[in-house]
Design a protein around this ligand. Structure first.
Ligand code: EPZ
Length: 439
């Protein structure tokens, strides 16, 4: 296992290229199960979660090839990751087994495509998650409305369709609002259903829109993607398509916050500021300037950081996946900030680790009160989940002295070559073997 060693204090300066979106690539890869022909995807990042999804597709009878860019030296450029071809060669299997699902909850994205295309689906029920309770009841409810029948057996959700799925109207909102992967699961299934489907309370995230764009290229009839009401008219079959996945807005937001916490100046290539309006709004309040320059995002920070309040919300509100990273920044702002987590009320695993670095964060239910400190101190901390570990990297970049972050495998799930990207703009960060605790 590996750790990061970070010597804090360097101001980040330079250009970072943003990779393709993990959270768009995962459901898009699952959607290719519904095509009778090969699909070619560009910009799919190299991440352990993507590897897990590719393994799952192979178990489900797909032939997956990643084409290396012709000029090997380009291998280091994320956007130049070779295209990925996915082709269904054998559609007998419809079981997403526990060994893969336990490593990645997004495996649930194969449920809708399998039911719509193969009439059957068996998917291990996702287990516990460090960020809190993550039920799949809305996925099941939406697919049941389309006519699928489900029962639980041996820790698996077993789904079956008698005949063909049938379009209908449904409300898909939940106690915490819309569901991103649930919306995509139902949208995928409805593309091969008989008749029209109207989804009210749909998620509006850019990843939903990106998957809809791919499905439309595959021959689907979809309208309203990106709004709370999506209309789908079923077709008999879907064909192959070629698609570029959107840039990763959470990776991009993480680097914008890295520039802010190090009082740095970064240019972010291949980022899309339109997907980060809620973040730029908060950064503006903190005193960090963000603007588009020649198609790139320019972020520059003034020495003084102001405290702000923030509540996570469904898109276009402030993303829960940037909550921990913003908290790291506010740990060194000049005053008290209040952060409220509305999507995953228990998503605060990073708080105790930040406090180990000298931060002053107090949790009260779904709210955290952050008292800004002059500086943080480097020490040894533990990554617990993907975004919490990104927050610890940011805190380490700003801290006095050296920070060691253990269990960085969490970060490899969602950030492509993060230490190389940061080192290229002046960060003193290296990946080292994890120090084994003395027996
Ligand atoms: C997606 O997860 C992202 N994952 C998550 O990012 C992100 O945190 C989340 O959306 C919210 O933005 C991927 O895209 C792979 P939801 P998803 O269903 O779709 C509740 C990361 O760090 N809910 O929109 O699984 C749920 O408990 C990951 O990259 C139900 O109640 O999230 C939560 O409170 C972490 N019943 C809320 O809805 C359901 O059936 C939103 O969850 C489904 C969800």
């Amino acid at each position: 296992m590996a750790s990061f060693l970070i010597r804090g204090g360097a101001r980040l300066k330079g250009t970072i290229e943003i990779s393709g979106s993990k959270n768009s690539s995962l459901p898009i890869l699952a959607a290719t199960l519904m095509s009778d022909e090969k699909c070619r995807l560009h910009g799919v990042p190299r991440l352990s979660d993507i590897d897990s999804m590719i393994k799952l597709l192979e178990v489900l009878g797909c032939h997956v090839v990643r084409h290396e860019p012709k000029d090997a030296s380009l291998l280091d450029g994320p956007v130049l990751n070779g295209p990925l071809d996915v082709e269904v060669r054998d559609s007998h299997n419809y079981m997403a087994d526990y060994e893969i699902v336990k490593t990645m909850r997004a495996s649930i994205s194969v449920l809708g495509p399998l039911l719509a295309k193969r009439g059957h689906a068996v998917c291990s029920l996702p287990g516990g998650c460090a960020i809190g309770d993550r039920p799949i009841d809305l996925h099941i409810r939406g697919l049941q409305k389309l006519g699928a029948q489900f029962h639980i057996e041996g820790g698996n959700i077993v789904g079956e369709v008698r005949g063909r799925l049938k379009g209908c109207s449904m409300f898909l909102g939940g106690p915490q609002g819309p569901t991103v992967l649930g919306t995509i699961n139902v949208m995928c299934a409805a593309t091969l259903a008989e008749g029209k489907t109207h989804v009210v309370g749909a998620a509006c995230e850019p990843e939903v829109v990106d998957c809809a764009e791919l499905l439309i290229k595959m021959g689907a009839h979809i309208k309203g993607q990106g709004t709370a009401e999506i209309y789908i008219e079923g077709v008999d079959a879907l064909h192959g398509a070629e698609h570029h996945v959107i840039p990763d807005r959470i990776e991009c937001g993480t680097f914008m916050l890295a520039a802010a916490i190090t009082n740095g100046e970064l240019l972010l290539k291949n980022g899309n500021l339109d997907h980060l309006v809620a973040l730029t709004d908060r950064l503006d309040e903190v005193g960090v300037r963000t603007e588009s320059v020649n198609g790139m995002i320019h972020v520059s920070s003034s020495r003084r950081l102001y405290p702000v309040d923030m509540t996570t919300q469904p898109y276009p509100g402030f993303p829960t996946d940037l909550q921990a990273q913003l908290m790291a920044l506010l740990c060194v702002a000049d005053g008290f900030s209040v952060i409220t987590e509305r999507i995953y009320p228990d998503r605060f695993m990073h708080v105790s680790e930040l406090n180990r670095m000298g931060a002053r964060v107090r949790k009260e239910g779904p709210t955290a009160i952050v008292q800004g400190m002059k500086e943080l101190q480097g020490t040894t901390v533990m990554a617990s989940d993907l975004r919490a570990s990104a927050a610890l990297v940011l805190a380490g970049l700003a801290a006095r002295g050296t920070t060691r972050i253990d269990r960085v495998y969490h970060i490899d799930r969602g950030y492509e070559k993060i230490e190389q990207k940061l080192a290229a703009v002046g960060a003193q960060i290296e990946r080292v073997a994890e120090v084994k605790a003395a027996a």
